[in-house]
Design a protein around this ligand. Sequence first.
Ligand SMILES: [Zn+2]
Length: 306
Amino acid sequence: MRIIIITLLFGMIGCQSNFPRFDKDNAFQYLLDQCDFGPRNPGSDGYYACRQFIIEELEAYADDIVLQDFRYREQVDHKTYDFQNIIGRFNPDADFQTIISAHWDTRPWADRDPEKRNRRTPIMGANDGASGVAVLLELARILAENPAPIGVNLVFFDAEDLGSPGLNETYCQGSRYFAKHLPIPRPDEAINLDMVGDKQLTLPIERYSYDFHPDLVRDLWDRAKDLGLDAFSGKIDYAIYDDHVPLYEIAGIPAIDIIDFKYPNPYANFHHTIDDVAENCSAKSLDQVGRLMVDYIYNRGGEREE
Ligand SMILES: [Zn+2]
C-alpha cells in the first residue's frame, strides 16, 4: 500500500499537476457577463457597466490597479470620448514582468454586416472584445489564488475598435496612449489576446508577431503542441494591425498577438457584424488560450520537449 502511495505522489510531481487549472466554464461566464451589459461601445450604458465590473473583479484579485485616463476624438462620427485603460498588476516587484492584454471596448458600428440597415448598430462583441477580457479575468482569479513566479500585468485596453476602415492609426487608441505614456515600469514582453472565443477556433501565427518577437512565438506555439491544444496551427498567416503593434512600434516592447481573424471560418464572416454573439463562441475555445497562458505564467522554467 505504502509503495503505491509514494509512486502516485511521484507521478503527480512528474505530471506537474500542481499547476493551477484554467476553469473554462468560469471564463465563459465572464464572456456572458459582459454580453449581459449589452454592447460596450464608448459612451453606452454597457460601456460604463462593464468598466465598473472589470475594476471590481480586479479589486478582488489584483495586487495593484492602475487606471489610465485619456481623451480621443474618433474619425467616423467625430465624437470625443473620455477613455480608460485598466491595469491589474500581480507580483509587481518580480524581476521579469509581462503583459497579457485584451481590448474591452466594442465596435460602435456593425459596418461589415451583410444587411445595410444593421451597419450603424453597435456590435455585441462576444468574440471581438469579450473573449479576451474573459480569459484575462479568469487569469486574475487564478493569479490571486496561486502567486505567480513572474510579474503579470493584465491590461484591458480601451478604444481599440472605433477606427475608420483602412486607417490603421485610428484604431488601437488605448494601446497607443499606453505605449506613449507607460503607466507601469516597462515590461519585458507582451501577449495580446483578441477574438479567441470563436467556436471554430484556429490560431495561426500572426505575421507581425513573428517579426516582433519570434522567440516568444516559437515558445508559445511549441508549448501549445506539448499541451495538445489543437487550435494552434504552426503556419504563419495574415498580418493584423492590433494592440501589439503600438506596444512594439512606440514603446519598443516585444509584443505578439494571439488572434483568430477568420470568424467563424474562411467562408463566412461574423467580424464587425451583428452575428458576433455568445452563441458563436465557446468555453472550449477560451480554454485553449487560457491553458496556454497558465502554462506560460507558471511553467516558464519548466522542461519542455524541443
Ligand atoms: Zn474589432
